[in-house]
Structures are given as structure tokens and as C-alpha cells.
Design a protein. Structure first.
Length: 363
């Protein structure tokens, strides 16, 4: 997404409202200094400058503020006086009348002059740049400098534009989070898991490191829903998610809801022994949680069946093979009595995708 300064800094030093304002201010200063207009015309000129919605000011090469219109003072919360004396002291012009962007100006301004005491001038931007003011207010600032170091600055209030941009960015970030998060459990969703698995699998194949996967299923969850109701089933899923999330600690490890009552734990960098320890930790956490499951044929509380697969992938291999192996191991854990884990063996790794995992029966 384009940043705030992209949205408000669309004019170069030679064009746009700010550039025109700076050049026009320079021309008016030249007329004032040359005595081409009388005092009444000067007064009218200053009134017209005060009426502008653009903040304008001029500094000399000694750091004295020579001019500041009312809009400029308002933008800066009245931080600078706007008296006639302040507005007209020693207005000067360059020898050749040339006004340059601050970053390319020469003369006293670049060689120790103090005209850059104003932090909005100090940036020396050649084109409009964004400046934050207190209270989440923003101005777009244009500066130009004469060959002798006199500085003209123009400011435009762009607070509304910036705030709208901030709100849009916040909304985009929120939508991105929602698109990768399971709404019920708060874990990563299937989309996020698939994307992360592809990245970590390729990284492990390149670096020849291990990667492990735990496929987790809640035992007899349909019976749980039938006995306690679907609202209680949702709360059960949330409690299981919290327990599983507490079992991962290393950077890059991910817990995701795979679908229904199934979860996955992705463990980059973990070998089979480390994955085995994580699986046992998951079983222990659920035992400690002691969520009642009166309808379960195998226990009086909610239990898990876990399949564990671990591999050092080759560049030519595919991540679906690890998913398939972990899934097969998980069903072997169910067939072995549930409330346990099983490590994927060679048969699990070689089992075709369309092979039945278990005999028909309640899960």
C-alpha cells in the first residue's frame, strides 16, 4: 500500500499548489523590498496572504522569521508571532531572483547559517514532505531557498487525508488477520497453515533440516456434541485450542485448526524425538484440563488421538506426504485405544491417499 506521504506529496518543486505558493510569495517579497507597491497595497497583500488556506512564512539567512501568515500560525497552534514587525523585517531577495529547493540551495544557509532552526525547514526536502504535529495532526511542507539563504516555507493541512489513510491501513490489517485466523478458536486457519507449511517445507528441503507435524483429533467429538450440545462443543474446541497452543514455544512453530475437530501442530526444526515430546505434552495438557466427557466410551474426560510425522525433506518431495503420514498415524492411535499418539511408520508414509484409514465406526 502507498504510504501517507505518497498520498499527499504529488507535486514536485516546480509545480502544484505548494510550489506556486512559494514562488508567488517570493515574487511578493521582491515587490515589497523594491518599493513597487505602497503601504496600502502592502496591507491588502498581507490580508490576502492571511486569507489563504496555505500556511506561508519566510526566514532570512540569520534565522529570523520575517513573515508568517495567520494560517501558518494556526497550523502550528500559534507558536509563532504574526505581527507586522515579524512579517516585514528586512525582507530580501536574491541577486538573480532565483529560488531553489532547500536541498540544493547554496550560500549562508548551507554554510553555518541558522535558518534551519525550524525543524520543518531543517528537513530540506526538495519536494513536499509529510510532517506530523502534536495531536495526530499532519501538514504537507514545501520549502524553497534563495541563493543568499532566504527561505520560504508553505504548509498545507492534510490531517483528514492522513487520518483516512490510517483508518484504511488499520482496516486492511484487520482483514488480513481475519483472513488467516479461525474465528472460533483464534488459532491460525487452514489457509494460513497451508501457506506456512509450503514455506517451511521448502526451507527445510533447502537447508536439509527436519520438520515435523502433529495431526490431532478430539476423540468421540460427535458424541460430545450429541450429549452436551453444539454450544458446549464450541467451548470444548476453544479449550482444546488453548491447551495445544501452550505446547509450542519455539519461533516458527504453528498451531492451526485443520477442520472440524482436527488440529495440526507444525514444528520446523524438530526431529522425531522432539515431536514425540510435544505430542506427549499435548496429551498431558488435556489430562490436566479434565474437560468432562460423559458420553466417551474410552474416558470420562476429553482426550486426543495424535499422529506424528517427522522427515528431512528432499527438494523433489512434497509436503502432502507428511500430512498423509501424520493422518495415517493418527488413525492408528485411534485404533490402538485413543488418548495416545502414534509415530508414522514406513507403511504410513507409503499409504496411497485413497486408502481407507480405519474400519467404519464412530470417531
Amino acid at each position: 500500500m502507498a504510504n501517507h506521504s505518497d498520498s499527499v506529496s504529488r507535486t514536485g518543486p516546480d509545480g502544484g499548489l505548494l510550489g506556486v505558493s512559494a514562488r508567488w510569495l517570493a515574487s511578493q517579497s521582491k515587490l515589497l523590498a523594491s518599493g513597487f507597491i505602497n503601504n496600502r497595497e502592502q496591507e491588502r497583500t498581507l490580508e490576502s496572504l492571511d486569507a489563504l488556506s496555505v500556511g506561508l512564512e519566510v526566514w532570512d539567512n540569520q534565522g529570523r522569521r520575517l513573515f508568517s501568515n495567520r494560517t501558518n500560525a494556526n497550523l502550528l497552534d500559534g507558536g509563532f508571532p504574526t505581527t507586522d514587525a515579524m512579517r516585514l523585517i528586512d525582507v530580501a531577495q536574491s541577486d538573480n531572483g532565483a529560488w531553489l529547493p532547500l536541498s540544493s540551495a547554496a550560500g549562508p544557509h548551507e554554510n553555518g547559517g541558522t535558518a534551519r532552526r525550524d525543524p520543518l525547514v531543517q528537513s530540506g526536502a526538495a519536494s513536499p514532505h509529510l510532517q506530523e504535529l502534536p495531536g495526530n495532526r499532519w501538514v504537507s511542507v514545501y520549502g524553497a531557498c534563495s541563493a543568499t539563504g532566504y527561505v520560504a516555507v508553505a504548509r498545507v493541512d492534510v490531517t483528514d487525508i492522513v487520518r483516512r489513510g490510517q483508518e484504511l491501513e488499520d482496516r486492511v490489517r484487520q482483514l488480513m488477520r481475519e483472513s488467516t485466523t479461525d474465528g472460533l478458536t483464534g488459532l491460525a486457519n487452514r489457509r494460513h497453515f497451508d501457506a506456512t507449511l509450503a514455506i517451511e517445507w521448502n526451507r527445510a528441503a533447502r537447508s536439509q533440516t527436519f520438520i515435523s507435524l502433529l495431526m490431532v483429533d478430539i476423540d468421540h467429538f460427535k458424541k460430545y456434541n450429541d450429549h452436551y450440545g453444539h454450544q458446549a462443543g464450541d467451548r470444548c474446541l476453544q479449550q482444546v485450542a488453548l491447551a495445544l497452543e501452550s505446547c509450542v514455544r519455539r519461533a516458527g512453530e504453528l498451531v492451526a485448526r485443520y477442520g472440524g475437530e482436527e488440529f495440526v501442530l507444525l514444528l520446523p526444526g524438530s526431529d522425531v524425538e522432539e515431536a514425540r515430546e510435544t505430542a506427549q505434552k499435548c496429551l498431558d495438557k488435556m489430562r490436566d484440563a479434565a474437560l468432562p466427557h460423559a458420553a466417551s466410551p474410552c474416558a470420562q474426560e476429553v482426550t486426543l488421538s495424535i499422529g506424528v510425522a517427522s522427515i528431512q525433506p528432499q527438494p523433489s518431495s512434497e509436503s502432502v506426504s507428511m500430512l498423509n503420514a501424520a493422518d495415517c498415524a493418527m488413525y492408528r492411535a485411534k485404533a490402538g485405544g485413543r488418548a495416545r499418539y502414534a509415530i508414522a511408520n514406513q507403511d504410513d508414509w507409503e499409504m496411497p491417499d485413497d486408502t481407507p484409514r480405519t474400519q467404519p465406526g464412530p470417531l
